[in-house]
Design a protein around this ligand. Structure first.
Ligand code: HAM
Length: 444
């Protein structure tokens, strides 16, 4: 080997970091994630939901046709690539990492002919989504959603305002079960597609004379999709936006009656809400009910400015937009990352669960016996960690105290006699236990 190669190989290699906007969830964080997910599964199943898992990438046109070409998500945030054909039997295809999961669920509903069962489908999902947004606290490029969709042929009752109210009441129950208390439900109706067309025309008319005073982004939206101006967060435009016509004045009687029936059912269930006429949401498929649950922004919520912990709404025409049968639906997606930040800010750090026992072999000669004992205790259902016989006793005690409720000392005598020396950290008590009885005595 030449000396120059030696030098090159001695140079430390640059490390590889997680991609911007993505992150690792380490074992001290995942218990809270698992707690949130198992609570969601338990609550949703009480309301008759079953789990659906759709692919993480889909044909790009699925999102452009449903979420909408002019939305921020489709126009600038998707991770899209051209997938080359690798065999004569394949075709080249534009693929996209899913930025949300409603489109995938409705595609699956159509493809698997779930409507033909005639039954109302109540589906939930938990999984990562991908948007190329500017990363900040509570906003990531890979983030997790816990979502649910209720969809079916009109004859299954999928259009009923009862479904909207039930979904919102379920969300209130879920947040209460997680002990998130300071949420606010922001609610609106964006009407049927006909109502929206009339409202869009009125917005266009109202925007025309003031367009030049808007920021460039909103000028573009005023042309292409005026509704999107309403969810603009641009400070400079807020006063002008506040003076624009309100969707509530453009609802046809049946849309208004639907919204009022949702409100009446929420009142009956004592679910508090605030009507927010500007809540049109950043995706094009919504009709009638739209909603967001927010928590106060700022440090106390753990979220900074990203204070919408979940959003959703009705999408009565989405199935048809994707070439499917008529299948009204409503759903939501919870931003799990944001929910966790809120939980962390509201509750003192969840106490980490300790292992049942830490086995400390007193010399390397006891390592095999220590591993065999660990195997037997684990097989009996205990959680166990094993040390190494080269450790000093002091170190074994320190590690054991941080990890486990008990330390089991395993020296030559213990191995020979099958009588173990066990110390319980909570009481400081040290006792002898027969190896055969260890599992039953050490269980919590
Ligand atoms: P969305 O409002 O785009 O709706 O997203 C729902 C929630 O996902 C947001 O309220 C937020 O908590 C979270 N979220 C969105 N983007 C990010 C991000 N970059 N980082 C962290 N969290 C994020 C939808 O996705 C619809 N599919 C909801 C729905 C279901 N509508 C009907 N059914």
């Amino acid at each position: 080997m030449s000396s120059s190669t030696d030098k090159a190989s001695a140079k430390p290699r640059p490390t590889i970091k997680a991609v911007r906007g993505t992150r690792d969830l380490l074992p001290d964080q995942t218990p809270l994630w698992n707690h949130v997910e198992s609570t969601a599964r338990a609550v949703f199943s009480r309301y008759g939901f079953g789990e659906i898992r759709t692919p993480i990438f889909e044909d790009t046109s699925l999102f452009s046709r449903s979420v909408g070409e002019e939305t921020d998500i489709v126009s600038k945030e998707m991770f899209t690539w051209e997938d080359r054909a690798r065999a004569a039997s394949e075709k080249a295809q534009s693929l996209t990492l899913r930025p949300e999961n409603t489109a995938g669920v409705v595609r699956s509903y159509i493809e698997n002919k779930l409507g033909e069962t005639g039954a109302l489908q109540k589906l939930y999902y938990i999984g990562p989504q991908f948007r190329r947004e500017r990363p900040q606290r509570g906003r990531y490029r890979q983030f997790w959603q816990i979502g649910a969709e209720v969809i079916g042929p009109p004859s299954s009752g999928s259009e009923s305002p009862l479904r909207d109210a039930e979904l919102l009441e379920m969300l209130a129950a879920f947040l209460t079960e997680l002990r998130i208390t300071n949420w606010s439900l922001q609610l609106n109706s964006v009407g049927s597609s006909e109502d929206r067309a009339r409202y869009n025309a009125a917005l266009r008319e109202a925007l025309a004379p003031i367009k030049d005073k808007l920021t460039p982004d909103n000028q573009r939206r005023a042309e292409t999709n005026p509704l999107r101006v309403l969810d603009s967060k641009d400070e400079a435009d807020q006063a002008l936006i506040a003076a624009l016509p309100k969707i509530a004045n453009f609802l046809a009687p049946d849309s208004r009656a639907h919204f009022e029936a949702v409100l009446a059912a929420l009142d009956a269930c004592a679910v508090p809400y605030t009507i927010n006429p500007r809540l049109v949401r950043g995706l094009d498929y919504y009709t009638r009910t739209t909603f967001e649950f927010t928590v106060p922004s700022g440090d106390a919520s753990g979220l900074g400015t990203q204070n919408a912990i979940l959003g959703g709404g009705r999408y009565d025409g989405l199935s048809e937009m994707l070439g499917g049968p008529r299948a009204p639906g409503i759903g939501f997606a919870i931003g799990e990352d944001r929910l966790i930040l809120t939980l962390q800010a509201q509750t003192s750090a969840a106490s980490t669960k300790k292992l049942d026992a830490y086995i400390a072999p007193l010399s390397p000669a006891q390592n095999p016996a220590a591993l065999a004992l660990a195997r037997d205790l684990r097989a009996a259902g205990l959680s166990v960690e094993v040390g190494d016989g080269t450790f000093k006793l002091r170190k074994s005690f320190d590690i054991a105290d941080s990890l486990a409720r008990h330390i089991i000392l395993l020296g030559e005598d213990e191995v020979a006699s099958n009588i173990l020396t066990v110390k319980t950290f909570a009481t400081g008590e040290q006792v002898k236990i027969s190896r055969d009885e260890a599992a039953s005595q050490l269980k919590a």
